[in-house]
Design a protein around this ligand. Structure first.
Ligand code: CTP
Ligand code: MG
Length: 227
């Protein structure tokens, strides 16, 4: 079951506070970006990788791709102001693909099993996203005061990858662009057009490297895998 993957990598990593794109920081002596790329380089079902990049980082990324023998990259289009724009710019340069996965380059621990199930579900149903059950008690707060304790039973924390029939996601992104709608993930753009999106239960290791502590968690995850 073939697919192509879009990896938005054109962020600035403000919350990480490293003064540079957090994807260039190392985990176990290898850039976070490379950890993520190697997963898709290895997956035989993945037939192409599209990376949205900042123009000023393209040369450096191209060097990394050569150094680490990442050969599946078919496009390195310019990213945009927001993540959604970066994803859209990749979709615009892709063609002839049935299923597309969108995955944050900043999530280097996605498991092959979850990728397989997402692709399978997207082929069957059109749209599938990775998520985990909420662990904490969830409350809605307004002006520092609790308004409501939300029933956790139906709450999920959503991750990437998010997998779609290419035509469906492309349409949803085009509509969002036309209407000036900005979503926080791809699913949101597809949801608002009335399509059903399936959840694939992922795992808690699939963290997004966002703040400094995540580097510690990341090192621990890698260490644990070596044991
Ligand atoms: N991303 C992107 N284009 C943007 C913003 C983000 O391609 N305009 C990418 C990031 O590189 C990252 C993924 O989207 O791989 C998830 O975004 P996030 O974790 O928010 O990363 P940053 O935007 O870089 O971090 P921050 O929000 O802390 O600045
Ligand atoms: Mg961001």
């Amino acid at each position: 079951m073939d697919y192509e993957v879009v990896l938005p990598a054109a962020g600035s990593g403000k919350r990480m506070g490293a003064g540079k794109n957090k994807l260039f920081l190392s985990l176990a002596n290898k850039p976070i970006l490379i950890h993520t790329l190697e997963i898709f380089q290895k997956d035989r079902n993945c037939t192409g990788i599209y990376l949205a990049v900042k123009p000023e980082e393209r040369d450096y990324i191209q060097h990394l791709l050569n150094d680490y023998k990442i050969t599946k990259v078919k496009g390195l289009p310019n990213g945009g102001k927001e993540r959604q724009h970066s994803v859209h710019s990749c979709l615009k340069v892709m063609n002839d693909v049935e299923i597309v996965l969108v995955h944050d380059a900043a999530r280097p621990f996605i498991s092959q099993q979850v990728i397989d199930r997402l692709v399978e579900t997207a082929y069957e149903k059109g749209a599938a996203i990775a998520g985990v059950r909420a662990k904490d008690t969830m409350k809605k707060v307004q002006d520092g005061i609790i308004v409501e304790t939300v029933d956790r039973e139906n709450l999920w924390s959503i991750q990437t990858p998010q997998a779609f029939r290419y035509e469906l996601l492309r349409h949803a992104e085009d509509v969002a662009e036309k209407e000036g709608f900005l979503g926080t993930d791809e699913a949101m753009l597809v949801e608002r057009l009335g399509y059903e999106i399936h959840i694939v239960e992922s795992n808690y290791e699939n963290i997004k490297m966002t703040t400094k502590e995540d580097l510690l968690f990341g090192e621990a995850i890698l260490k644990n895998r070596q044991m």
